[in-house]
Design a protein around this ligand. Structure first.
Ligand code: NAG
Ligand code: NAG
Ligand code: NAG
Ligand code: NAG
Ligand code: NAG
Ligand code: NAG
Ligand code: CA
Ligand code: CA
Length: 598
């Protein structure tokens, strides 16, 4: 029998051998150098004082996002939903949940975004629907053609007459069996996530047709991309085989108790991406406006399985290596300059030639960047990630260094955490990273005029907020904004990348392109100062000029330092350029750099 791992490998090799590579010719498309700003709609901005973020709230902040330099926003689900899993349990893919507004509000948002040159990307959750979705109700009642829209199984009847689920598959939300009995249908349905989120049956061609209709519907409404949620989990083994034990010493009802060789990373997931890509290509050809509509894939898996999505047609398979290792969160405190270099180099090495690299530093499921790496490393990561080639994805709030919020067990509603119980819920709860955006120091951090909001505001909002950072001479926000302007230069878009570890504590990287001012990012990972030589960057002049420096740095814009000997404070992060190039000027880091082409 062919194991799923060897099948994967065989297909991977086939894909590479067949040269199914996305070649980029000439001019880059809008998305290839964009920064994607992820908005968690429930917590971004409340426009009507009901204590919950909404679409009009997002619209009211588009000008601010434009000012920050953002050209693409990805909005997490706001579709009709009973909100068992914060909207990832969709009960109608084509309708907007009234809590967030109306279809008209959405159209207004897209229209205003268009005026500001901002593209809108939506979150699509194909793997499952809410059990309140019409399809599920009809399927449960065995009404054609919905009968086989979901993964139904009658289970196994033991000799003593007891019925049990068809196999040992477990829910990812740690609630034990992934099978739930339906009295009505007299069968079990499969739910990888919460039991009110039933997995769709993608072995049914009609389900695939439905997904194409959903995609077309939103593209027709002016959306430029869809982010495909939970891709590794779309298909399950057609033979419903038991999964082997992982050998981990954890309770038998927890997801990691098994090795998911029959429910994760199946090659059919990739074949589905190919089908969707064809659909996008047809749409783009018909639209014929030179603007590609694109597909992102979300897959917490290993680097091989992540980058394999490129081969099957994903424009941007999210690169989660700065967040997890093979889907498992790592201890960020153990990260190092060598580790950072490794992540960057490995992704570029595994990516097919001509594909667009991408980098993700945070999202709505994992601890905030500032909490994982430490607040002193915020500018460091922003400089590195914003000045790497390709697409950068930022989770709302990370640009000002928002931190995780303490949420007590009593306040916890996240099903993934509730299933685990009071002792370990905090290791699973995702609410600490989803608290309201900290706009200013007024009521509810300026998120809402309501003094009580649906999820508490982090107490640090009085000092940690956008308005304060805009007013300060130096701040994470100002550094982010200035790095965004550097990111918009030709050298940052098209320049060659070189990465280097110097000693144990220093990571440096350059972006170079003939005729353009080069950029050099250098960081000191350790807590204490280091003196290093950057002479390996031999194309740079002997004197280097400071463009950006971290908020704690003594360096300021325009300072010069010696290439052969530069002393970096602990946790220092600098962006430098050659100082001997007279044909260009970065007049001020807070203004767009002027590039004089020879
Ligand atoms: C990027 O640069 C172009 C000019 O090259 C300018 O028109 C555009 O506004 C800039 N965008 C940002 C976000 O700075
Ligand atoms: C029926 O048999 C199965 C094993 O075949 C056993 O696990 C289960 O406990 C039995 N149920 C009853 C009610 O005896
Ligand atoms: C304020 O928000 C709470 C929810 O946090 C809600 O129950 C209440 O109705 C809101 N007040 C107003 C005036 O909308
Ligand atoms: C340094 O400049 C040379 C000559 O222009 C070029 O070939 C080389 O690629 C540059 N080095 C880097 C790291 O870009
Ligand atoms: C990094 O900072 C630490 C602590 O301030 C210091 O001891 C070390 O020399 C610095 N490294 C560099 C390369 O500046
Ligand atoms: C990173 C991410 O988007 N995770 C989502 C994956 O899908 C599940 C179920 O829809 C959500 O709970 C996660 O938030
Ligand atoms: Ca609201
Ligand atoms: Ca599935």
């Amino acid at each position: 029998m062919v194991t799923s791992a060897s099948r994967r490998l065989a297909v991977a090799i086939f894909a590479i051998a067949a040269g199914l590579v996305l070649q980029v010719h000439g001019e880059k498309q809008w998305w290839q150098t964009t920064t994607v700003y992820q908005i968690w709609p429930r917590s971004f901005k409340d426009s009507d004082g009901d204590g919950i973020g909404d679409l009009n709230g997002i619209t009211s902040k588009l000008e601010h996002l434009n000012d920050m330099g953002i050209e693409t926003i990805w909005i997490s689900p706001f579709f009709k939903s009973p909100l068992v899993d914060s909207g990832y349990d969709v009960s109608d893919y084509l309708a907007i949940d009234p809590m967030y507004g109306t279809l008209e509000d959405f159209d207004n948002l897209v229209a205003r975004a268009k005026e500001l040159g901002i593209k809108v990307v939506l979150d699509y959750v194909p793997n499952h629907t809410s059990t309140e979705h019409e399809w599920f109700k009809l399927s449960e009642a065995s009404v054609a053609p919905y009968t086989d829209y979901y993964v139904w199984h009658e289970g196994i009847l033991d000799e003593n007459g007891t019925r049990r689920p068809p196999n040992n598959w477990l829910s990812l939300f740690n609630s034990g069996s992934a099978w739930e009995w339906s009295d009505k249908r007299q069968a079990y349905y499969y739910h990888l996530f919460e039991k009110r989120m039933a997995d769709l049956n993608f072995r049914n061609e009609l389900v695939i047709q439905e997904t194409k209709k959903v995609i077309t519907y939103w593209l027709d409404r002016g959306v430029f991309g869809l982010r495909m949620d939970a891709m590794p989990h779309i298909y399950e083994d057609a033979e419903f085989r038991d999964e082997p034990l992982s050998g981990r010493d954890i309770p038998a009802n927890e997801y990691m108790y098994l090795n998911h060789i029959y429910t994760k990373d199946l090659i059919e997931n990739y074949e589905l991406i190919r089908i969707w890509r064809d659909h996008f290509d047809e749409y783009n050809a018909k639209a014929n406006d030179g603007l590609e509509r694109i597909m992102f894939t979300e897959a917490f898996t290993d680097i091989y399985m992540m980058t394999l999505y490129y081969h099957y047609g994903a424009h941007i398979p999210f690169n989660f290596l700065f967040i997890t290792n093979n889907g498992i969160g790592y201890n960020a405190a153990t990260q190092s300059p060598a580790g950072i270099k490794n992540i960057i180099d490995e992704w570029l090495r595994h990516m097919p030639e001509g594909a667009t690299p991408n980098w993700v530093i945070g999202n709505h499921d994992r601890a905030r960047m500032a909490t994982r790496f430490g607040s002193e490393k915020i500018d460091m990561f922003n400089f590195i990630l914003l000045l790497l080639p390709g697409v950068m994805t930022v989770y709302n709030g990370d640009e000002i260094g928002m931190t995780n919020t303490y949420i007590s067990w009593e306040e916890t509603r996240d099903p993934e955490a509730c299933n685990i119980g009071p002792d370990r819920y905090h290791a699973f709860s995702r609410e600490p990273v989803r608290t309201p955006f900290q706009w200013d120091d007024s009521t509810s951090a300026g998120f809402s005029t309501n003094t009580t909001v649906y999820l508490k505001v982090n107490e640090n909002y009085r000092t940690l907020n956008l308005a304060a950072q805009k007013a300060a001479d130096k701040s994470h926000y100002k550094n982010f904004q200035a790095a965004m302007r550097l990111r918009n230069t030709t050298v940052a878009k098209d320049g060659a990348l070189k990465t280097l570890v110097i000693g144990e504590d220093v990571f440096a990287m350059s972006r170079e392109l003939d005729g353009h001012d080069p950029l050099l990012v250098v960081i000191n990972w350790s807590k204490s100062p280091v003196t290093v030589s950057l002479d390996d960057f031999s194309n740079f002049s002997e004197k280097l000029e400071v463009l950006l420096s971290d908020v704690n740095s003594d360096f300021k814009f325009g300072d010069t330092v010696s290439r052969s000997s530069i002393t970096l404070q602990g946790n220092a992060a600098l962006v430098l350029t050659s100082s001997d190039i007279t044909r260009f000027h970065y007049s001020d880091a807070s203004e767009a750099p002027v590039q004089h082409h020879p």
